[in-house]
Design a protein around this ligand. Structure first.
Ligand SMILES: *[C@@H]1O[C@H](CO)[C@@H](O)[C@H](O)[C@H]1NC(C)=O
Ligand SMILES: *[C@@H]1O[C@H](CO)[C@@H](O)[C@H](O)[C@H]1NC(C)=O
Ligand SMILES: *[C@@H]1O[C@H](CO)[C@@H](O)[C@H](O)[C@H]1NC(C)=O
Ligand SMILES: *[C@@H]1O[C@H](CO)[C@@H](O)[C@H](O)[C@H]1NC(C)=O
Ligand SMILES: *[C@@H]1O[C@H](CO)[C@@H](O)[C@H](O)[C@H]1NC(C)=O
Ligand SMILES: *[C@@H]1O[C@H](CO)[C@@H](O)[C@H](O)[C@H]1NC(C)=O
Ligand SMILES: *[C@@H]1O[C@H](CO)[C@@H](O)[C@H](O)[C@H]1NC(C)=O
Ligand SMILES: *[C@@H]1O[C@H](CO)[C@@H](O)[C@H](O)[C@H]1NC(C)=O
Ligand SMILES: *[C@@H]1O[C@H](CO)[C@@H](O)[C@H](O)[C@H]1NC(C)=O
Ligand SMILES: *[C@@H]1O[C@H](CO)[C@@H](O)[C@H](O)[C@H]1NC(C)=O
Ligand SMILES: *[C@@H]1O[C@H](CO)[C@@H](O)[C@H](O)[C@H]1NC(C)=O
Ligand SMILES: *[C@@H]1O[C@H](CO)[C@@H](O)[C@H](O)[C@H]1NC(C)=O
Length: 838
């Protein structure tokens, strides 16, 4: 049994080790799960076993595998690409790749292979591409690949092969298309070396022999051989050797012959035109010459290439090109990076395609006469055009493709007369002059593609694009519009599918600019200065799929969001200056809802308000808006409530004091029996009748009368309340015509009513002094109601009436006052008596 501490120690040791080398557990990068694994430079000396068997692409480069034993890869039957570059492999045993039936590319670059056995490549039933560069291969003979009939490309460059002999097994490689023998040590090519190609004319081989120090090619070595391509660059160390060797290519039939040197591999000091003489006995379709800087000849020296259909000259020092003889059947001519004295005024009947780009020494364009020309690329020459463009410039009326991009100043003073067949026109990064003075493109009804990007054009003329009814693609970024306003320049281009108006400093868009563009699928308005986006502008773009409004100053989208075209699938609103405020919450919510077709939402950030700066638009929470809304409504309601209260307080100020006072006085003893409310007009009656009868009678009552009892210097209203109501048990209201007409009395009376209501005293006693007309009474609704509901005492100026009146009044006043029990009982009886309804 293991002692427990030992077990613990082992565990800890294991833990420690696994911490030390965490990558040893899983050294490979999973580029594409179950498909592509990259285990580059992991110091592996065997193939890691945790790679799934479904792997298709496996990169094991830069690991010291040393030896590939048999069935090394049998765990990976799905493998299609295996990279074993620089794995220090010296030995590949028999059946090393057995089981890789699907492998199509095997890369063995940079392994110092010393031992290859006959079965090293067995089992590779589908191998198409074998890269055996820099494997110290001394000869093609020892490469055991004769059975790889599926092989299409064999690259054995950078080896130590001295012989150009193609082994017998090449007759099996019927699918071989490309053999790269460059950078070896081949010095001679003899007739028998290529015998296998002669015997198997079905071969369509491209043979790359560059950078071999060839000093001798046996005459007729290529006799009877057909190649797709032969490349001989930087092979000869002198003009003489080159001349002899090329002469001895006679009898060869080649689709494309590539001669010349490499930029940094120059052997021939000068490229004598006489070397070309040897090519008269070679059948060539296409000829390319590269890096022949010191070519001291003239185009007539290409005489042997007269029947070639395509000629390409790249980095060739050619002073003159203009005199191409009329019988040269050149249809395609490509001239790139050549030194010329001037722009060649070419005249040639056969030329159909002319590519003339990045050449030096050409500053101004000269008229050409190329009647069969359909394709002309004059880009990147720094050329200026005095008058562009018409039939006279090119001498062709069937030109379809014209590329004048990346040149100098192009003055648009002709209107493409005679060039009506144009379909592609590219002026980008040249400087256009006079392009907006008249409808320059009016005659180009067949034009499909126009690029005037970055041409310094200020579009101030709405008819600029008149006539372009077929145009599909218009690129005009990097220009400007009058007033920085996109104007109605596109109306007649109803077939437009792609429009690029980025970087045009646009600040606004005129109405209806896009209304006729029903086929437009891509609209690029990025890198402008738009402040708002109005969906209405885009409403008519029924086919629009991509809308790029990135890099503007858009704060928000104003208008009806549903007006954006239904078919929109890519909408870029990134890098704008969005205002993330509740005011725009409809838009901000829309952004969240539409994020499926909005691209780069990670770059859709807020610019305002300050606290939201640089946060994502997607992070905007509309909940805060509800909070704001709640806060606003709460405050509005509070203001309303407060002002209502203030108003009520103002209106019922006295009533409130009354309430306050009520609390104070209701418990204390009343000083007066009654407070008398009356009109000053009735003062005589009050003094002579009321005061006399009540204060001097039996029992004596104390009345509160304002002329007598109110405290001088105290506000009348306060007196009314403090002296009148609070200190009185009852209120006597002397109702008369004067009373009703006096606002003051009515006010007092209203207070009295409140007081009555609040203090639940037995109430107000009404004395009707004289008959008041009902109509007058009705003006005081409340009083009228009370009088008609309650009992009141009517003053009658006769002896009996007076007697009854005083008796009833005294009884009413005695109500609620502790006088004596008998009186109280009597009072109750009389109360009923007094209750006479009217
Ligand atoms: C990879 O293969 C394993 C086993 O075949 C499978 O379970 C897994 O789902 C696969 N993973 C992916 C991403 O296909
Ligand atoms: C010959 O091979 C080239 C590719 O190397 C291919 O483009 C061409 O079509 C082939 N020609 C024939 C006749 O098979
Ligand atoms: C050219 O190559 C031959 C054979 O490799 C050599 O003898 C000769 O010196 C070389 N000439 C030059 C000028 O490098
Ligand atoms: C070009 O072809 C014509 C006839 O097709 C022939 O007469 C002439 O010799 C050829 N020229 C060359 C250089 O092969
Ligand atoms: C000429 O060039 C054009 C365009 O580069 C190409 O499509 C055409 O096949 C070429 N023709 C010949 C005969 O090489
Ligand atoms: C121009 O090409 C057409 C057909 O492609 C041909 O018939 C005509 O002869 C050519 N013109 C010249 C001047 O070679
Ligand atoms: C015109 O030439 C430029 C530069 O060579 C190139 O980028 C552009 O694609 C060409 N235009 C067309 C329409 O081929
Ligand atoms: C452009 O279109 C309008 C209306 O579709 C038409 O009246 C006008 O003549 C057209 N102009 C040109 C130059 O084609
Ligand atoms: C517009 O395009 C359609 C289909 O691509 C074509 O049928 C129609 O003729 C074009 N209209 C014009 C005026 O070229
Ligand atoms: C729009 O134009 C800008 C710059 O001109 C470019 O970077 C962007 O890729 C274009 N967008 C689309 C969708 O083509
Ligand atoms: C919009 O898209 C739908 C579905 O992809 C398609 O059927 C319809 O024709 C498109 N509408 C336009 C105007 O292109
Ligand atoms: C606020 O957000 C919720 C959830 O994202 C959404 O359902 C609701 O419609 C939004 N309200 C408004 C007014 O945008």
């Amino acid at each position: 049994m293991i002692p427990p501490f030992c077990l613990a120690g082992t565990l800890m040791m294991a833990l420690f080790l696994s911490c030390l080398r965490p990558e040893s557990v899983d050294p490979c990068v999973e580029v594409d799960p179950n498909i592509t694994y990259q285990c580059m430079d992991q110091n592996l000396n065997k193939i890691p076993d945790n790679i799934p068997s479904s792997v298709k692409n496996l990169d094991l480069s830069f690991n010291p595998l040393k030896t590939l034993g048999s069935h090394s890869f049998s765990n990976f039957p799905e493998l299609q690409l295996l990279d074993l570059s620089r794995c220090e492999i010296e030995t590949i045993e028999d059946d090393a790749y057995q089981g890789l039936q699907l492998l199509s590319t095997l890369i063995l670059t940079g392994n110092p292979i010393q031992t290859l056995s006959q079965g090293s490549f067995s089992g590779l039933e589908n191998l198409q591409n074998l890269v055996a560069v820099e494997i110290k291969l001394a000869s093609l003979e020892i490469l055991p690949i004769g059975h790889l009939i599926t092989l299409k490309k064999l690259n054995v460059a950078h080896n130590i092969i001295h012989s150009s002999k193609l082994p017998e097994y090449f007759s099996n490689l019927i699918n071989l298309e490309h053999l790269d023998l460059s950078n070896n040590y081949i010095q001679t090519i003899s007739h028998k070396d290529l015998q296998v190609l002669r015997e198997n004319p079905q071969h369509n081989l491209s043979l790359e022999l560059s950078l071999n120090p060839i000093d001798f090619i046996q005459p007729r070595a290529f006799q009877g051989i057909r190649l797709h391509e032969l490349t001989l660059r930087s092979n000869f160390n002198s003009t003489n050797v080159m001349k002899t060797c090329i002469q001895n290519l006679d009898g060869l039939q080649v689709h494309r012959l590539i001669l010349g040197e490499f930029k940094n591999e120059r052997n021939v000091e000068s490229f004598d035109p006489s070397v070309m003489e040897g090519l008269c006995n070679v059948v060539i379709d296409e000829f390319r010459l590269t890096y022949a800087k010191e070519f001291s000849g003239d185009i007539i020296d290409f005489n042997c290439l007269a029947n070639v259909s395509a000629v390409s000259l790249a980095s060739v020092y050619l002073r003159h090109l203009e005199e191409i003889p009329k019988y040269f059947k050149w249809e395609n001519l490509t001239v790139i990076r050549c030194d010329l004295q001037q722009f060649p005024p070419l005249k040639h009947p056969f030329l159909k395609h002319l590519t003339f780009t990045t050449n030096k020494g050409t500053t101004s364009f000269n008229d050409m006469n190329l009647p069969n020309l359909t394709y002309l690329d004059l880009s990147s020459n720094g050329l200026s055009f005095r008058s562009c463009c018409s039939y006279d410039d090119f001498g062709t009326s069937i030109l379809k493709h014209l590329n004048l991009s990346f040149n100098g100043v192009i003055s648009m003073s002709a209107n493409f007369m005679g060039l009506e067949q144009l379909e592609y026109l590219d002026f980008q990064h040249s400087t256009l002059k006079k392009a907006t003075e008249f409808p320059v493109f009016l005659s180009l009804e067949k034009l499909l593609y126009l690029d005037i990007s970055h041409t310094n054009t200020n579009i101030d003329f709405n008819g600029m694009f008149y006539g372009l009814t077929s145009l599909n693609t218009l690129k005009m970024s990097g220009n400007s519009f009058k007033d920085n306003t996109l104007s109605n320049v596109f109306t007649n281009m109803t077939n437009l599918t792609s429009l690029d108006i980025s970087k045009c400093q646009l600040q606004q868009v005129s109405w209806g600019v896009f209304d006729t563009l029903h086929r437009l699928q891509l609209l690029n308005m990025s890198h402008n200065k738009l402040l708002i986006l109005d969906p209405f502008h885009y409403k008519q773009l029924h086919s629009l799929k991509t809308l790029d409004c990135s890099f503007n100053h858009i704060e928000t989208v104003k208008g009806i969001l549903q007006h954006f075209p239904k078919n929109l699938t890519i909408f870029n609103l990134s890098n704008n200056s969005f205002a993330c405020t509740c005011e725009h919450q409809n838009f901000l919510q829309w952004v969240k809802d539409q994020r499926l077709f909005l691209v780069n939402t990670k770059q859709m950030t807020c610019a305002t308000p300050v606290e939201m700066k640089d946060s994502l638009v997607l992070d905007f929470r509309n909940a805060t808006c509800y909070m704001h809304r709640t806060i606003i409504s709460v405050s509005v309601i509070s203001v309303l409530v407060v002002s209502t209260i203030a108003f009520l307080v103002y209106k019922f100020y006295f009533h409130l004091i009354l309430i306050a006072g009520c609390k104070k006085y209701s418990r204390g003893e009343s000083t007066y029996d009654a407070f008398v409310i009356y009109s000053s007009q009735d003062e005589d009656w009050v003094r002579n009748e009321l005061v006399k009868n009540l204060e001097e009678g039996v029992p004596p009552f104390r009345l509160c009368l304002h002329y007598r009892d109110f405290i001088p210097g105290v506000a009348i209203a306060a007196n009314i309340i403090q002296e009148g109501f609070h200190k009185s048990r009852k209120v006597i209201v002397v109702v008369s015509r004067h009373f009703i007409q006096s606002r003051w009395c009515i006010f007092e009376y209203e207070i009295a009513q409140t007081w009555q209501f609040l203090s639940s005293h037995s109430g107000i006693i009404f004395i009707v002094l004289e008959k008041v007309e009902k109509s007058l009474l009705r003006q005081q609704v409340e009083l009228y109601r009370l009088l008609s509901r309650n009992t009141y005492l009517e003053w009658e100026d006769n002896a009996l009436g007076r007697h009854i009146f005083w008796r009833r009044l005294k009884k009413a006043l005695l109500g609620g006052r502790a006088w004596n029990p008998e009186e109280t009982a009597e009072e109750e009886n009389n109360q009923q008596e007094a209750t006479t309804s009217t």
